[in-house]
Ligand binder design. Sequence first.
Ligand code: KG4
Ligand code: ZN
Length: 330
Amino acid sequence: MLILAIDTSCDDTSAALLQIEDEHISILSNIVSTQGDIHAKYGGIVPEIASRMHTEAIWPVVEAAMQGRAVSDLSAIAVCHGPGLIGSLLVGCSFAKSMSWGSAVDLVGVNHLEGHLLSAFLTGETPEFPFISLIVSGGHTSLYLVKDYGEYEELGRTRDDAAGEAYDKVAKMLGLPYPGGPAIDRLAQTGDDRAIPLPRPYLPGTHDFSFSGLKTAVRLAIDKHPDQSLENFCASFQRSVVEVLVRKTEIAMRETSVMRITINGGVAANSGVRKGMQLMCEQMGVQLYLPPLQYCTDNAAMIAIAGYYRHRRGERATLDMNPRPYLPLV
Ligand code: KG4
Ligand code: ZN
């Protein structure tokens, strides 16, 4: 089987080609064209610019991913149809639908979050079901119980900002460029993570998250501690986020008695999150599945793997499939 997948949910244009032979999965290509530099000028994603950039990038990105293969060689075309920015989603969906209609190749619609959840199946050792999955990105911070392909239970989610969004907004307050996550992560390496007292929003009794109060606390601390270094602010903020993510994942694991964890999404690339989760899992004797960095941030290979399992279950999309900015996973 050969699956082409497309993701244009936010500000990255991505296409990937996945080959499946006797259950063995090979990622033949995974092309990601990022728009980060353009949006950096505005301090965040400008949706109208994102969709225009997708229209320019989609054709060369898909062509590069196809590696000279003909469309008729494909078994299916998987496309992310939500959640995401409506204008951005429209570009990928329209492109995939046209390709499918013009070639009579099967079309499969994939939820972006399902892509993140199943990215643990892209490489190396893969988790057995059930497992706990923490998705931490710029748009989402949620804990799921993954029971099987297509069987997901949401345990909790953020009530306000996603963790990546908090990183981006705090970076802006500190005068750092967009996207803020990698910049804060880098500066945090040389800072004192106990220098500035910040809250830990645990929301006890729920599996939900909340990062907007922490963001406000950083704002107030900037005025209160003008003598503190940028590095100390970054390290103290990162410590707070990491402690909350690690502790809440640990509680979800204990309460469900499911001792396998995967972490996905852009913030899963964070060095503090990776170290903190590794340490907690070692202490608890729990298996941690951390995708390589290129499969943590948005990419089409994760859409391809989710599309493969949907196609295997007999799912086919029709041409009336429309992008949905708030597409729920469960
Ligand atoms: O998964 P992703 O590529 O796109 C979304 O679906 O949102 O995640 C992007 C987010 C941004 O907020 C970015 O600042 C954050 O992931 N991010 C990081 C790091 N790398 C990316 N946050 C913290 N530390 C990092 N190293
Ligand atoms: Zn994402």
